[in-house]
Write a protein that binds this ligand. Structure first.
Ligand code: GLA
Length: 388
C-alpha cells in the first residue's frame, strides 16, 4: 500500500478509537487479563485481621508453593480503617500501624497488595467508607502502593438509589484511574442490578455475582452451579466473581473442596484463597496449587465455562481452552457414587480425543466419542479433552 493510500485510512483511526471508547472498549485492560489469584483476609480472619497476620500470609504464600502456582494478590478485607484526619484523609486503625511499610514488604516478596472500602459512608463491618472522599482515598491508596481495591456496597444503599449504583462505582474507577497506578477494581454488590451487564463499562475488572460464600458444600453448590448463563459477560480484564475460596475452612471433605476448586476454575473465577495459609493441611495446599487445574482457570483465551447437561444432581460443565482443548467437569451432587459421562459431540469434539485427568495429573489415553467415570458423592472428575 502506498503512503498516499495509507494516510486517508489512518485518518479514520481517531474516529475508530472514539467509537470504541463510547462502547466501553477504549483502552485494552492492563490488569486482570486472567482471573486474579491471591489471598483475602475475610473468610478466615474477618475483623480479627492485623498487620502481623497479613505479613505472615504473604510470607507463607512465597514459601509454600502458592506464589509459584500463580497466586499474587494479598488483600486486606474489611476492618483496617481508622478515622479521617482534619483534612479528610483516611488513616488505618491501630491494627495496621504502617500501611506503606506493609505494602513495601508485600512488594518486596514479588507480590501485590489489595485493600477494601465502600462507596457508602460505612463498610459492612461499620468502618469508615469512601463516601464523598473517593478521590482522596484513591490517592491515599496509590501513595501506599495499593494494587487492588474491593469496593463493597454495604451502607451505600442508605445514600444512593439503585439507579445511582453504576455512577457510584464509575466515580471510584475514575478516581483510581486518575492516580495513574494500575489498580484492579473489584465490584462487590452481591450481583444486584444484573451487575454482569454493566460491571465492565464502569471500570470493573471483576464483580461479585452472588451473596456471600460460606465454608460448606450446600452454599458452594448453590452459588457455583447457579452461574450458568453469565459466561458471555466475562473475558480478559473483566470477570464474574462467585466469591472467594473456602478451601481449608470449615469441614468440607476432599471431594467437596475439589468441587469448589474445579467449578471455580471452569467458571474462570478469581481464585482468592480464604484460609489461614500459615496453618493448612497438605490436602488443602495440594488442592489450591494443582497446576493442571489452575491452568484451566488461567487459560489465556479467558472463556468462562458453562453447563453442558444436567440430569438431576449430575452436572456436566465445560470450558473451552486455547488450542482446541476443552476442560470438562463431571460433578456428582448426589449422596452416593454415580457413573457419569460426557459425549464428545456435546463439547464440540468429533471422533477420537486424548483425555487427561487433572486431579490425578495423569494422561488416560485416547477415547472414542465419549469418556465416562465413577464420580464420588459431592465429588468431581475433571478432565482435559484434546481432539486428536
Ligand atoms: C460483605 C462482603 C464480604 C466481606 C464483608 C466484610 O459481606 O460480601 O465479602 O467483604 O462484607 O464486611
Amino acid at each position: 500500500m502506498s503512503r498516499g493510500e495509507l494516510v486517508p485510512r489512518l485518518r479514520w483511526l481517531p474516529a475508530i478509537f472514539l467509537g470504541l471508547s463510547l462502547v466501553g472498549l477504549a483502552a485494552p485492560p492492563k490488569v486482570a487479563l486472567t482471573p486474579p489469584m491471591g489471598w483475602n483476609s475475610w473468610n478466615h480472619f474477618a475483623c480479627h485481621v492485623t498487620e502481623a497476620i497479613v505479613r505472615a500470609q504473604a510470607h507463607a504464600m512465597t514459601t509454600n508453593g502458592m506464589k509459584a502456582a500463580g497466586y499474587r494478590y494479598v488483600n486486606i478485607d474489611d476492618c483496617w480503617q481508622g478515622q479521617r484526619d482534619a483534612k479528610g484523609f483516611i488513616h488505618p486503625n491501630a491494627k495496621f500501624p504502617n500501611m506503606k511499610g506493609l505494602a513495601d514488604y508485600i512488594h518486596s516478596l514479588g507480590l501485590k497488595f489489595g485493600i477494601y472500602s465502600s462507596p457508602g459512608p460505612k463498610t459492612c463491618g461499620g468502618y469508615t467508607g469512601s463516601y464523598q472522599h473517593e478521590k482522596q482515598d484513591a490517592s491515599t491508596y496509590a501513595s501506599w502502593g495499593v494494587d487492588y481495591l474491593k469496593y463493597d456496597w454495604c451502607s451505600a444503599s442508605r445514600v444512593y438509589r439503585p439507579d445511582q449504583m453504576q455512577a457510584a462505582y464509575r466515580k471510584m474507577h475514575n478516581a483510581l484511574e486518575s492516580t495513574g497506578r494500575p489498580i484492579v477494581f473489584s465490584l462487590c454488590q452481591y450481583g444486584l442490578e444484573q451487575v454482569w451487564r454493566w460491571g465492565a463499562s464502569v471500570g470493573g475488572n471483576l464483580w461479585r455475582t452472588t451473596g456471600d460464600v460460606q465454608p460448606n458444600y450446600d452454599r458452594i453448590s448453590v452459588i457455583g452451579f447457579d452461574q450458568n448463563g453469565l459466561q458471555r459477560f466475562a473475558g480478559p480484564g473483566h470477570w464474574n466473581d462467585p466469591d472467594m475460596l473456602e478451601i481449608g475452612n470449615g469441614h468440607m471433605t476432599l471431594e467437596e473442596e475439589r468441587t469448589q476448586m474445579s467449578l471455580w476454575c471452569i467458571l474462570a473465577a478469581p481464585l482468592l484463597a480464604g484460609n489461614d495459609l500459615t496453618h493448612m493441611s497438605p490436602q488443602t495446599l495440594e488442592i489450591l496449587t494443582n497446576p493442571d487445574v489452575i491452568a484451566v482457570d488461567q487459560d489465556p483465551k479467558g472463556i468462562e465455562g458453562h453447563r453442558v447437561t444436567q440430569e438431576g444432581p449430575l452436572d456436566v460443565w465445560m470450558k473451552p481452552l486455547a488450542h482446541g482443548s476443552v476442560a470438562v467437569g463431571l460433578f456428582n451432587r448426589s449422596e452416593g457414587v454415580a457413573k457419569m459421562e460426557v459425549r464428545f459431540a456435546e463439547i464440540g469434539i468429533h471422533g477420537k480425543a486424548d483425555v487427561r485427568d487433572l486431579w490425578a495429573r495423569k494422561d488416560l489415553g485416547a477415547f472414542n466419542d465419549r469418556y465416562s467415570a465413577e464420580v464420588p458423592r459431592h465429588g468431581v472428575v475433571m478432565v482435559k479433552v484434546k481432539p486428536e
